[in-house]
Design a protein around this ligand. Structure first.
Ligand SMILES: Nc1ncnc2c1ncn2[C@@H]1O[C@H](COP(=O)(O)OP(=O)(O)OP(=O)(O)O)[C@@H](O)[C@H]1O
Length: 330
């Protein structure tokens, strides 16, 4: 791989700026903890791996997940091994069982098991953070996907540039980097990467958005990736405020919420509190119709004998004495 640390690498600036915005905790920085890069072998994570290696030589580890789902998985692993050996970057290959449960989408199952495996491997390796390769067009797709599903603010906030999952820290330093610029750079350098054949499968909504919607957007609004990203940041900021209000309200009405105290809040604050409460303890997200029903029931709950039992997300909201309780699915 020629000129791996080239100064014109389109991800270098973004990675450095991201690291400055999200400094490592002092003990991690002092111990020179390694950075883990989630390396699929595709263009985005290849560019990220090269940028990380250029910025922190000798402190980068690659993590490659073999999902065991498609025949091409073995080729991806072979490619990852060869590329990391050329770059002199230590690589850990993680084999996961990504089969989906009934009712779960295959992509979601693969994503869940991937994050779990990456987090466990990063903790094992003592890595400070796992870096992911999503770029500006991925963020735009995420936003359009959220809009197409009628998502609320958490969905419209798009992908976070730093978050914690399964006890590990993750980062997405390339969210403002143009995907085409990154691929052009790799091609110009003669750096090979794999192309996942399922990315072209138009049965997936995300792929249809990428293949049809984004080109149409780009034709009419050349700065669409930046403007959509700005909208995502506004939504994320508003969601942070709503979470703060919900946390204050929850402290006021009790956890689990006392019905009489809940009824004293405005309907919008009740809805915000219930969403927050369900997400906080059970990562559950009720539909708009379910939430409306819950609010009706809470408003009608003015006598001792009034029972509440209704489906909320995939569990049940119940009345338990003076308060609410939630029964998650078994
Ligand atoms: N099999 C994998 N092993 C390790 N990391 C992965 C794997 N698949 C995805 N990732 C990480 O998650 C990010 C987003 O994944 P997604 O499936 O959206 O992208 P991708 O098309 O695989 O991207 P890339 O071009 O980097 O391969 C990737 O950039 C990479 O950092």
């Amino acid at each position: 791989m020629p000129r791996a640390g080239a100064a014109d690498h389109p991800c270098l600036g973004a990675l450095g700026a991201w690291a400055a915005r999200h400094p490592l905790p002092p003990e991690a920085a002092a111990a020179s903890q390694p950075w883990a890069v989630a390396y699929s072998g595709g263009a985005d994570s290849t560019a990220l791996l090269l940028a990380a290696q250029a910025l922190w030589p000798g402190r980068v580890q690659a993590l490659h997940v073999h999902h065991g789902l498609q025949a091409a998985g073995d080729d991806f692993e072979r490619h990852a091994r060869a590329a990391c050996s050329r770059l002199d970057v230590p690589l850990t290959v993680l084999r996961v069982d990504a089969r989906h449960a009934p009712g779960q989408s295959p992509e979601d199952a693969a994503r869940q098991s991937r994050y779990r495996a990456l987090a466990a491997a990063a903790l094992d390796a003592g890595a400070a953070c796992v870096l992911l390769g999503q770029h500006a067009q991925d963020q735009a797709e995420t936003l359009l996907l959220a809009l197409s599903r009628g998502a609320g603010l958490p969905g419209l906030a798009g992908m976070a540039e730093s978050f914690e999952r399964h006890g590990a820290r993750f980062g997405r330093p390339l969210l403002a980097v143009d995907g085409q610029a990154l691929r052009d750079w790799l091609d110009g350098q003669g750096i090979a990467y794999v192309v996942d054949p399922t990315n072209a499968d138009q049965r997936y909504t995300r792929n249809r958005i990428r293949a049809r919607l984004l080109p149409a957007f780009a034709e009419s609004f050349s700065a669409y990736a930046q403007t959509l990203a700005r909208s995502a940041r506004h939504a994320a900021q508003a969601q942070t405020l709503l979470d703060e209000v919900a946390a204050q309200d929850l402290a006021l009405v009790g956890d689990p919420p006392v019905i009489k105290a809940l009824q004293r809040l405005s309907r919008a604050r009740q809805a915000n509190l219930l969403r927050h409460w369900l997400r906080l303890h059970w990562q559950a997200g009720p539909s708009e119709a379910q939430l409306e029903q819950a609010l009706e029931q809470i408003a009608a709950c003015t006598t001792r004998g009034h029972q509440i039992r209704l489906k909320l997300a995939s569990g049940y909201l119940l009345r338990a004495g003076a308060g609410l309780s939630y029964q998650p699915p078994i």
